[in-house]
Ligand binder design. Structure first.
Ligand SMILES: NC(=O)c1ccc[n+]([C@@H]2O[C@H](COP(=O)([O-])OP(=O)(O)OC[C@H]3O[C@@H](n4cnc5c(N)ncnc54)[C@H](O)[C@@H]3O)[C@@H](O)[C@H]2O)c1
Length: 316
């Protein structure tokens, strides 16, 4: 049996990853500080549900404040997802983003430096590409982040590269492209939109709806992350993890109207700083290394998220 550490295990993606690892027979130790950014009660309940009768230990703590070394005892892989995600929050609260993203990653790398046998899978982001102009973006596309959040993730990748080169760590940095699905954070567009649509309230949309995102269903993200726990790696390798069916926000609104069976009203607002016009990632490198391909269409994934939120909000 393999043993994994999951940082950010109570979060949107971390909870799905933990759940899947446990269902595959892994032993998991998870750490999360349950940051007050959203739904701490629900996140705690989800952890209780997925941990029941499984080989799971939860440490409630902050990896900036806690020495991560004891967590690493006996571990084969560390999935490092703990972070302060979100472009918008990073403008107003850079200190928090810098601590939760850069400092936390450095602390973990420092602890891992003594344990070169442990594989690290690091959750990076498509935000590092920022204003890239040619699509799809490949892993060697020059980084051009346009938000403080993107800058923190680019800095983390550089830190990971430095530690890998100096200590012999094997690390896969995964550039996740806009992730959606059940348990998505409440500050993210789909959760906000579906909640408004189910309450028959107008939906807030930043910009005119023409921006394009390479949406990626959370289960595909989880499978890619687990595949990178055991693939051949030499030092630090970077991989895109993208859903493969880019769509405009207006396309999503049309799909959503059908799913909730009503023509939804939209309130268009000014574009937010740091939102790129378009994202789209090439995933050939990841496919060649692991055999991974995305398996969820946007239609299927959106339906799963609507069904989850209907349950959460008690709306038919
Ligand atoms: N959701 C997306 O679309 C997306 C896209 C690209 C990259 N990512 C990356 O994936 C990871 C997970 O994202 P998510 O959407 O699940 O976010 P999330 O906020 O739901 O989960 C992150 C978790 O990390 C915890 N955390 C934060 N700082 C911590 C610290 N110092 N110590 C311990 N725990 C801490 C939080 O409490 C939270 O539960 C993040 O690294 C994020 O940057 C997410």
């Amino acid at each position: 049996m393999s043993r994994a550490v999951v940082t950010g295990c109570a979060g949107f993606i971390g909870s799905h990853l933990t759940e899947k690892l446990l269902s595959q027979g892994w032993s998991v130790i998870g750490i999360d500080c349950l940051s007050p950014t959203y739904d701490t009660t629900r996140r705690r309940r989800v952890l209780d549900e997925i941990a029941a009768d499984r080989d799971f230990e939860f440490i409630e703590g902050d990896i900036v404040q806690t020495d991560p070394r004891p967590l690493l005892e006996g571990a084969d892989v560390v999935f490092h997802l703990a972070a302060r995600p979100g472009v918008r929050a990073s403008w107003s609260d850079f200190r928090v983003a810098a601590d939760a993203n850069i400092l936390a990653t450095q602390r973990l790398l420092d602890a891992l430096a003594d344990r070169p046998g442990i594989r690290l899978v690091f959750a990076s982001s498509s935000s590092v590409y920022g204003s890239a102009e040619s699509f799809p973006t490949y892993e060697d596309t020059p980084l051009a982040p346009i938000s403080p959040y993107g800058v923190t993730k680019a800095a983390c990748e550089a830190l990971v590269g430095a530690y890998a080169a100096q200590t012999g760590l094997d690390v896969a940095s995964l550039r996740y492209f806009t992730v959606y699905g059940p348990r998505q954070r409440s500050d993210m567009a789909f959760t906000k939109w579906i909640s408004h649509a189910l309450r028959s309230e107008p939906l807030p949309v930043y910009g005119d709806g023409s921006t394009v995102r390479d949406f990626t269903y959370v289960d595909d993200i989880v499978n890619a992350s687990i595949a990178c726990a055991s693939c051949e790696l030499e030092g630090h390798e970077v991989f895109n993890v993208a859903g493969g069916s880019p769509a405009t926000l207006n396309d999503v609104l049309d799909m959503l109207s059908e799913l909730v069976d009503t023509r939804i009203k939209v309130e268009y607002m000014d574009r937010e700083r740091g939102d790129p016009d378009r994202t789209g990632g090439d995933t050939t490198k990841l496919h060649n290394a692991t055999g991974w391909r995305p398996s969820w269409t946007l239609d299927e994934g959106l339906a799963a998220q609507v069904s989850w939120l209907r349950g959460v909000l008690g709306r038919r």
